[in-house]
Design a protein around this ligand. Structure first.
Ligand SMILES: [Zn+2]
Ligand SMILES: [Zn+2]
Length: 299
C-alpha cells in the first residue's frame, strides 16, 4: 500500500498505513512540534519549518504533505494537529520515555497484612512496583506500573501516584470502560490467578477493543460499591485515606467466601460491624448487607 492509497480512504486509516505514514523521523518531529500548540491555535509554516531538523524545504514540504489531512490540518493561520494527530502525538510523547526508571528500595508507610509489622519497603524495577515486608518476607504488592507514572517522582509522592493511578484504573474498569482506550471492558470472575498463589478467585477484566487486560482482587472490586464505601466512611475508616495495599482486608484474602457456586461473597469488618457484598460471575455487586455487630470477635 502506498501513502496515497491510505489517504484516499476517508472512512478510516488502516493501522499499517498509519504506521507507514508516521514511521519517519521528520514526520514525527512535525507532529511533536505541533503538539505544543494551545487548542484552537495553529503554527505558521515558517515557524514549523524552524522547529524541525530537515535538510531543505522541499523535503520538509514533502513530509508535511503526507501528514495532511489525517494527522495535520491546514487552516488560514497555519498548521495544527487533527484529533487523531493529537492522540498519536500524546502516545508518542508518553512512549518516548522508554528508559525504564528504577527506584532503590525505600521504607514506606503501612503494615504488613500477613504479620502486622510496619517497616514495609517499596521499590520499582522492570516496570513493576513492589512492596515487600522485610520481617516475614511476604510480597505485599506487585503491580505493573508504566515508567511515565514513576518518572520525576520519588518516595511518598511516588507511592501516592501509584495508588491514585491504580485506583483510577480499577474504577474505570469496574464501570466497563478501558483505562487505556475507553473501549468496552468485559469483566469476569476467574479462578485462574497465576500472579499469586494466595488468591482462589480474582476479577479479570479485558478490553474488547485494544486487548488490555487486568487482574484485580475481588475485594478491591467490591470496595468500589457505594454502600461498601459508605460503610467504611461512617465508621471513620474511609477507603481512600491511604494506599489500598495498606488496607489489609484488600490485600489478604481471608474474608472472601467462594463457596456459593458462581458467586463470591466478600466481607468487610469495621468497628465491630460487618458489610457483606456478593458479586456475580460478571463482577457485578448483586447484594450488599450491613450487619451491625456482625464482625468476628477478634476484629
Ligand atoms: Zn510481614
Ligand atoms: Zn482498551
Amino acid at each position: 500500500m502506498t501513502d496515497s492509497d491510505a489517504l484516499d480512504d476517508d472512512a478510516g486509516l488502516d493501522p499499517a498505513a498509519a504506521f507507514s505514514l508516521l514511521g519517519e523521523a521528520t514526520r514525527l518531529e512535525i507532529v511533536t512540534a505541533l503538539n505544543g500548540l494551545r487548542a484552537g491555535t495553529s503554527m505558521a509554516f515558517s515557524d514549523l519549518y524552524d522547529q524541525v531538523d530537515v535538510a531543505d524545504s522541499a523535503q520538509f514540504n514533502y513530509h508535511l504533505d503526507r501528514l495532511v489531512p489525517h494527522f495535520v490540518e491546514k487552516g488560514e493561520g497555519g498548521y495544527a494537529l487533527t484529533q487523531r494527530g493529537s492522540r498519536i502525538a500524546r502516545a508518542v510523547t508518553a512512549g518516548s520515555y522508554t528508559e525504564s526508571p528504577a527506584r532503590e528500595p525505600f521504607e514506606t508507610a503501612g503494615e504488613c497484612y500477613a504479620c502486622g509489622e510496619a517497616g514495609l519497603v517499596a521499590r520499582y524495577e522492570d516496570e513493576q512496583f513492589v512492596v515487600d515486608c522485610p520481617d516475614c518476607g511476604e510480597v505485599v504488592l506487585r503491580l505493573g506500573v508504566p515508567p511515565t507514572v514513576v518518572r520525576d517522582r520519588d518516595g511518598v509522592d511516588l507511592v501516592r501516584a501509584v495508588d491514585r493511578w491504580a485506583r483510577a484504573g480499577v474504577s474505570q474498569a469496574t464501570d466497563g470502560v478501558c483505562p487505556s482506550c475507553g473501549g468496552r471492558m468485559n469483566a469476569a470472575l476467574s479462578e485462574d490467578a497465576p500472579e499469586s498463589g494466595t488468591f482462589d478467585v480474582v476479577g479479570r477484566f479485558e478490553c474488547g477493543v485494544c486487548g488490555r487486560s487486568a487482574v484485580v482482587g475481588v475485594t478491591t472490586v467490591a470496595s468500589q460499591h457505594p454502600v461498601v464505601r459508605t460503610f467504611h466512611r461512617r465508621r471513620g475508616a474511609p477507603i481512600d485515606d491511604r494506599p489500598y495495599w495498606e488496607y489489609s482486608q484488600h490485600v489478604a484474602h481471608e474474608h472472601v467466601d467462594v463457596a456459593s457456586g458462581d458467586r463470591v461473597r466478600v466481607s468487610f469488618f469495621e468497628d465491630g460491624d460487618a458489610c457483606h457484598a456478593t458479586l456475580d460471575d460478571d463482577l457485578d455487586v448483586v447484594e450488599v448487607e450491613v450487619v451491625p455487630g456482625g464482625a468476628p470477635a477478634e476484629q
